[in-house]
Design a binder for this molecule. Structure first.
Ligand code: PMP
Ligand code: GLN
Length: 413
């Protein structure tokens, strides 16, 4: 294995998906995907496209994005960022948000460049930065002491620490709002602080917004690209998998100014070159349909968040009643919960993993039948201890499966 790939350890996803297959936990609240159907118009569109009249929908399409899809993405995002987006030069369709991250990082990070990353982070950021020859500079969100309910807004950055990470080698900062795994929705003030530092040090801001529609009122998702002076230094990333509850479709995108997007195009054309045509056509039609009812409460972008809110509240209650201390998320579909009060009830010595959250989640899956993700996977080596007392639970699951999780946890307790 070339040294740039590090030791080649399994990612938490490879390991925990294998684990789910082996242990067969009764309820899988691990990897983030819905266990129920996507909206009918979305899946029907794909069925119609592949068997319909136009044979070309099953053939290659434009490399940087299927025309109908980039046009709809431009239509959706232009008013949201306050800038007329050029569909052909300012948007790239990718194999999931994952490839958008890959093309952005490979296309912009050079040997020795520093990249500021906020912990906990979606684990592939760190791996991709290192593979590009860059140096991750990590800063952790830390919980403020609160007497009452802890929410994701209580997890904050220390401004002085953030300032101290910027220097002449800083090339990029990766932001993720709404945040995986905490569910934090960054406020205008927090984004302004980050944006001002990016401007001062001429840093590229990469904003991973795959959970952009999953925001719980009164919180509001703010696109940093829409803030003054930020469009020209921001690449924003989205995901059809998350937007339309079809994570298996692995279709995403990046948008930003043409001069920055060019580097992504170069990586993309030499990596996957073009993405799946029928899926792009189906995602395009799905956007068209949602745009036509954008102002109605039925629009999926808004109905999904309403549906998720009751699931969030239910799982928060279940976790609390069973000895966990959950952070209530303002966005996204994960709950990070502190499990340390349960430590005396569980034999962590029988698992061999280095980090306690890996041992806890494995043992808990075996004993209780509920699988969660260990958050230390979302920290750099030096900071992994910050994630060890927690487990991440996904709540975009059928109500009956959340109820089953409740019963299993009660029985275990
Ligand atoms: N970024 C974050 C924060 C994620 O949670 C995920 C997982 N959906 C991705 C990127 C990758 O998205 P996709 O499945 O579209 O590749
Ligand atoms: N984003 C999802 C999660 O965090 C899926 C992870 C993945 O696809 N690697 O669970």
């Amino acid at each position: 294995l070339p040294a740039r790939y590090g030791t080649g350890e399994k990612s938490v996803w490879v390991e925990y998906i294998q684990l789910a297959a082996e242990y067969k936990p009764a309820v899988n609240l691990g990897q983030g995907f819905p266990d129920y159907h996507a909206p009918e118009h979305v899946t029907k569109a794909l069925a119609e496209i592949t068997t319909g009249e136009n044979p070309l929908f099953n053939q290659y399409t434009r490399g940087f994005g299927h025309p109908r899809l980039v046009q709809n993405l431009a239509k959706l995002y232009s008013p949201l960022v306050g800038k007329e987006i050029d569909p052909n030069n300012e948007i790239l369709v990718t194999s999931g948000a994952y490839e958008a991250l890959f093309s952005t990082i490979m296309g912009h990070v050079d040997e020795g460049d520093e990249v500021i990353v906020i912990e906990p982070f979606f684990d592939c950021y760190e791996f991709m930065i290192k593979t590009a020859g860059g140096i991750p500079r990590c800063i952790a969100l830390k919980p403020k002491a609160t007497s009452g309910t802890m929410t994701s807004a209580d997890w904050v950055l220390d401004e002085a620490e953030l300032v101290s990470l910027f220097n002449s080698k800083t090339k990029m900062l990766i932001l993720n709002t709404p945040h995986n795994p905490l569910g934090k929705v960054f406020t205008a003030q927090e984004l302004e602080t980050i944006g001002n530092l990016c401007k001062k040090y001429n840093v590229l801001c990469v904003s991973d917004e795959v959970y952009e529609w999953m925001v719980y009122a009164p919180n509001k998702h703010i696109r940093i690209a829409s803030m003054p002076g930020m469009w020209e230094r921001t690449i924003t990333i989205g995901s059809a998998g998350k937007t339309f509850s079809v994570t298996g479709w692995k279709t995403g995108w990046a948008y930003g100014p043409a001069n920055l997007m060019r580097n992504l195009q170069v990586v993309h054309q030499n990596c996957v070159y073009t993405c799946c045509t029928p899926i792009q056509e189906a995602v395009a039609r799905s956007f068209e349909f949602e745009l036509s009812r954008y102002n109605s409460p039925e629009c999926y972008f808004f109905s999904l968040a309403r549906e998720l809110l009751s699931k969030r509240d239910y799982l928060v209650k279940v976790l609390r009643e069973n000895g966990f201390n959950p952070t209530v998320p303002d966005g996204g579909y994960f709950i990070v919960a502190d499990w340390t009060k349960l430590e005396k009830k569980i034999d962590l010595q029988s698992e061999s993993d280095k980090y306690k959250d890996y041992r806890f989640t494995k043992k808990f899956a075996k004993e209780a039948g509920v699988l969660a993700i260990p958050p230390s996977a979302f920290y750099s080596e030096d900071h992994k201890h910050l994630g060890e007392n927690f487990a991440r639970f996904c709540f975009i699951k059928k109500d009956e499966n959340l109820a089953l999780a409740e019963n299993l946890m009660k029985e275990w307790n």
